[in-house]
Design a protein around this ligand. Sequence first.
Ligand SMILES: Cc1cc2nc3c(=O)[nH]c(=O)nc-3n(C[C@H](O)[C@H](O)[C@H](O)COP(=O)(O)OP(=O)(O)OC[C@H]3O[C@@H](n4cnc5c(N)ncnc54)[C@H](O)[C@@H]3O)c2cc1C
Length: 451
Amino acid sequence: MSRPTVSLWNDTVPVSVSPRPALDGDTVVDVAIVGAGLTGIWTAYYLLKRDPSLRVALLEKHTVGFGASGRNGGWASALFPQSTASLIERYGVDRARGLRDAMVESIGEIGRVVEAEGIDCDFARVGTLIYARTALQEKMLRAEVAEAQALGIDHLEWVEGDHVRASNARGATFTHDCARVHPAKLVQGLARVIEARGATIYDNTEVLSWVSGRVTTARGAVTAKYIINATEGYGASIKQTHRRILPLYSLMIATAPLPDSVWDDIGLQHGHTFSDGRNLIIYGQRTADNRFAFGGRGARYHLGSTIKPEYDRSDTVFGHLERTLSEMFPQAGKLDITHRWGGPLGVPRDWHAHVALDPATGIGSAGGYVGDGLTTTNLAGRTLADLITGTDSHLTTLPWVGHRSPDWEFEPLRFIGANAGLVGMTAADAEEAATGRPSIIAKLLAPLTGH
Ligand SMILES: Cc1cc2nc3c(=O)[nH]c(=O)nc-3n(C[C@H](O)[C@H](O)[C@H](O)COP(=O)(O)OP(=O)(O)OC[C@H]3O[C@@H](n4cnc5c(N)ncnc54)[C@H](O)[C@@H]3O)c2cc1C
């Protein structure tokens, strides 16, 4: 039997999140958005900024921020699921630089909006430390810094010394291009702002399908000139997008608040985000109320891309996260874990996020952010608003606009491939620890894992 999963974020969001009324019968709007996560909400925000007269409806199966947008690690970073080197290879230096600059600029844009709209979401642009905790990690992370400096696009430096205090840390990469946020405060605050500007959010309204001009929900039909699919990993549960996206689970834990003196020992300032150089991704932040919020991949993919509440929990992954955090920061003493939760993010077959609008049908979408959607949803929302309103902007020519990823394979190939990637990354870390050399397994699995 599944136990309910309450994230730290939902537990500490100040305003109670009562459901909005569901759709009650048929309606007509200008833009219908499927899903009230950050993609949908940012899109509505910029649409109404461009044209306050637009009738915008968000159709949400559960409640605002139910998905990844309300559960994530709170890194509003400039990361994009494709590396800068692969963007250059695909699009050339200038177009790759355009996308990378737009990502960095979007962090500032989020900061400006939350300030202007009075959304208190613990936004702090302090930056990310990626610790090198083995000789091999040092070699690989130093190579990343050298590559970034040679390309001259990303801002990455090598730091070491007294404030780099994770266990065995030989140094770290540092970028200022990441803000720490409280995800639920951000998504709930933005939802209130768009409602004040005239958008309508229908909670508990499951969308079943859509065709040009019409969305069919379990509660009535919505006629709309433009329809935006903003369901990310959950798109796998909708028949018409089933093979476009793969839901991959990421799980998190949070500790009780730690005293300032312990944080001084740990060396992380308020707002810092952190990770280390391993293959199987981990991510953490120091929260505004002085806790660790810490997460990672490793939960297995489920046959048929199924999504169930019980998949938000895996005692194996929670145990792994707790041991990893404890081992990284022994200064914290015995960890008091107060929250454990998780959720699905969305992985396209080529690990390439997209934003698109077909002017002929009025149907658009954005997603495929893998674990890097917090900032990318803002860029997607601005871009979709420009595409829908026909606003002439540099955003609509960025190389991810109109990108179409291949569909995922039929089962059981999808199951085999996705889980081979996950098991492989754990094996790759063990291989690197044993050999001290870059993992051959990781190299072989690169096409499955986006690295
Ligand atoms: C545990 C975790 C940690 C993460 N950490 C980070 C991080 O630190 N930094 C970062 O950049 N990214 C992170 N991500 C990824 C990031 O959270 C997502 O990329 C981003 O929130 C996606 O936003 P979205 O609005 O596109 O999708 P979602 O937030 O998933 O929203 C989709 C919405 O669609 C609704 N929906 C689904 N089906 C239907 C339907 N049939 N009808 C109507 N509505 C439907 C869902 O209920 C949901 O509310 C993390 C993700 C997870 C799960």
